[in-house]
Write a protein that binds this ligand. Structure first.
Ligand code: AHG
Ligand code: MN
Ligand code: MN
Length: 301
């Protein structure tokens, strides 16, 4: 079954379904950018740093695809993206939705052809709404398959792109299983004490390390195999590295809707009211058991 038919069958709000379908259709253009960058890289293979700049440009390229498409279709009122320092307001919008986007997550892995993705949250109104008020979240993963994972009020479902660029249903009602994978960001030497103890506890319990450097891919693996991803606050950067609006909230909604949980170490990330679009947050995301355990460690310190 195709995404369009699935959304209709699930009785997804018509306007919301239109936004999800439009955003998913942009994946093909993002993929064209990967190919173009690879071709340029070969042409410029003598200038290694030039290739580096191409990688940077792909973030902007993907950003442009989503922003220009949304401006043209006027499907949403406002857009906040990781690549822009201000909220973009659309003139004469058809809906009141606010969209938050990390157009390309894991972009440092493009040159080595590892998995990267696009992360999107859809707010009913303001892009600065708390994560729990988002009406939908989705991510596109550009891997061996191009997949779309979406949560829009009726559970978490995964689709895969076919030869014609259409997304067909691959897995319905995904629930995060129990599992023993941990994906720990930041440098061990900078860990704060409670975090260090919690990591030691996971290791003693036999958790296996899986960290690629692509948040979206690492959390996707946790969604399917269980365990926990963390990019904590650390010495010198107590708020961590990852962004509340563009990374933590949309992925947090998907994991939470699949039966998992999120935390900043103290409280659920989705309950935090953002103050600014580029706000950072410590991130713990995965199984309920692991998230409860880090909050206990943090409380007891
Ligand atoms: P982005 O590519 O959007 O800038 O995000 C990169 C993020 C995230 O994907 C990943 O988990 C993290 O940065 C990796 O950081 P380290 O290089 O510090 O491990
Ligand atoms: Mn990112
Ligand atoms: Mn990014």
């Amino acid at each position: 079954m195709y995404l369009k038919d699935f959304l209709a069958q699930e009785k997804t709000d018509k306007n919301l379904a239109e936004v999800i379908l439009f955003l998913s259709s942009q994946a093909q253009d993002v993929k064209k950018g990967f190919l173009a960058a690879a071709r340029n890289a070969i042409a410029d293979e003598k200038t290694k740093n030039m290739y580096g700049e191409e990688q940077m440009a792909l973030d902007k390229y993907a950003d442009g695809i989503f922003i220009n498409g949304l401006k043209k279709t006027r499907l949403v009122r406002s857009i906040a993206t990781e690549e822009q320092d201000h909220i973009i307001e659309i003139e004469n919008p058809k809906n009141d939705f606010g969209i938050v986007i990390d157009p390309l997550d894991g972009s440092s892995l493009i040159d080595v052809n590892l998995c990267v993705g696009t992360i999107i949250g859809i707010c009913k109104g303001s892009v600065l709404d708390a994560g729990k008020d988002m009406i939908a979240a989705m991510y596109i993963l550009y891997g061996p398959l191009t997949t779309l994972t979406v949560s829009a009020g009726s559970g978490v479902h995964e689709f895969a792109m076919d030869e014609a660029g259409e997304f067909f249903l691959r897995q319905r009602d995904i629930r995060i299983p129990e599992g023993k994978i941990y994906a720990p960001g930041a440098l061990r030497k900078d860990y704060l004490p409670a975090h260090a103890q919690w990591i030691a506890r996971l290791e003693a319990a036999g958790y296996k390390l899986r960290f690629s450097g692509s948040f979206v891919a690492d959390v996707h693996q946790i969604l399917h195999k269980g365990g926990v991803f963390t990019y904590p606050g650390f010495a010198g950067k107590e708020k961590g590295k990852l962004r509340l609006l563009f990374e933590a909230n949309p992925m947090g909604k998907i994991i939470t809707d699949a039966g998992g949980a999120t935390s900043n170490g103290k409280t659920a990330i989705l309950s935090v009211k953002p103050e600014k679009i580029d706000q950072r947050t410590p991130v713990y995301i995965g199984g309920k058991k692991e998230i409860a355990s880090i909050e206990t460690f943090m409380r007891e310190r």
